[in-house]
Design a protein around this ligand. Structure first.
Ligand code: HEC
Length: 236
């Protein structure tokens, strides 16, 4: 290559440097809208469209029974009906029921009641807040596993999305609800998992999914963090 050509290339590169410096490309990636775990979703937020799912075409690393882009996130009954075709891949066993109970007690009992009979803390506090239906009755018994799994994923009406519960854990919740409905031939334990403020192996722990803001309380003091926490750091 002649000297003249390479000089021209240098000039060309130099001409682009100020352009790159001027654009906000680098900061745009950091400042995306996101909903943190346990963060209130407000219907008057700018998007007003509810929780975001995975982008179209993304492939989960945790394994999936139905790709997110294949099924809509719309909280419409018809959409949730379309989950009927998704088969429950998780066998009912002690592990599944124990795990499902944890998630149910932490996320669902507040509205649907410890036993799924709608006698919830919300209703006990104020009848006006007792709007969640019983899910241990004939109506929900007749629903498919895929449907119940889909309600958690998309939310419906006044029920928010519980997509933050990992897919496979959500099947455990479905199995546990079948237990509450008396459909397993054996009773399942009910009631709160522990006393307020109690922690340890009674609680499920951090979710490895979600580009969400890690809780300030869970931020590790020393660099010796678990893989899960480090992954959450990477997202910021
Ligand atoms: C904020 C209160 C609230 C919480 C928390 C909640 N739900 Fe709901 N849930 C509702 C309401 C309200 C409905 C009725 C929605 C509708 O029909 O428009 C509902 C409906 C349902 C249904 C549909 C019942 C049927 O037969 O159609 C299922 C299943 C369900 N919830 C399961 C769950 C599970 C599992 C959780 C926990 C992961 C949960 N819910 C958490 C309020 C709640």
């Amino acid at each position: 290559m002649s000297n003249r050509h390479s000089m021209r290339r240098v000039h060309l590169i130099l001409a682009f440097v100020p352009l790159i410096g001027a654009c906000s490309w680098f900061t745009d990636f950091k400042q995306q809208p996101s909903v943190g775990p346990w963060q209130n979703f407000s219907s008057d937020s700018a998007a007003g469209k509810g929780f975001r799912g995975q982008p179209a075409g993304s492939v989960p690393t945790t394994g999936t029974t139905s790709a997110a882009f294949g099924i809509s996130h719309a909280p419409m009954p018809a959409t949730i009906d379309s989950f009927n075709v998704v088969k429950n891949p998780v066998a009912v066993d002690a592990r599944s029921l124990a795990n499902g109970r944890q998630y149910y007690a932490l996320n669902c009992a507040v509205c649907h009641g410890d036993k799924g009979d709608a006698d919830s803390y919300m209703r006990q506090a104020n009848m006006a807040y007792g709007f969640a239906p019983a899910i241990n009755g004939d109506v929900t018994k007749a629903r498919s596993d895929g449907y119940i799994w889909g309600v958690m994923r998309n939310g419906r009406g006044l029920m928010p999305s519980y997509n933050r519960i990992e897919e496979m854990d959500r099947w455990d919740v479905v199995n546990y609800i079948r237990g509450l409905q008396g459909m397993l031939g054996q009773p399942v334990p009910t009631g709160p998992l522990g006393l307020p403020g109690e922690t340890g192996d009674k609680l499920p722990g951090a979710t490895p999914m979600g580009p969400t803001v890690p809780s300030k309380a869970s931020k590790p003091a020393a660099p010796a963090a678990s893989g899960v926490e480090r992954k959450a750091e990477d997202h910021r």
